[in-house]
Design a protein around this ligand. Structure first.
Ligand code: SF4
Length: 94
């Protein structure tokens, strides 16, 4: 009887752990989103254009570190803007 109860608890714990996995995976996907259509409209590229880069653009919202991806004020929903990226809306940071 006692073993049966332990087995049942383990089975339930495993089920809960598995049920939570897709949520965790979806959360990490949501955290790293891009806005492909606006990127295309603005001709975003993952490399600088001469001295112009997202890192020195007024629209850039830096990530956790200087090299980490950040966001852009005019590209909503995109959290993967490279500090070394560039687009045609580049505006010199004051
Ligand atoms: Fe980068 Fe363009 Fe946004 Fe400026 S406007 S941060 S250059 S994506």
């Amino acid at each position: 009887m006692k073993q049966e109860g332990n087995l049942r608890r383990r089975f339930l714990r495993a089920g809960v752990a598995l049920a939570m996995f897709p949520v965790a995976a979806a959360s990490s996907e949501a955290a790293a989103a891009t806005n492909a259509s606006l990127r295309a409209s603005l001709k975003y590229q993952g490399k600088p254009e001469g001295e112009k880069s997202c890192a020195n653009c007024a629209q850039f919202v830096p990530g956790a570190t200087a090299k980490a991806p950040g966001a852009c004020k005019i590209i909503p929903g995109d959290t993967e803007i490279s500090p070394q990226g560039y687009c045609i809306a580049w505006t010199k940071k004051a």
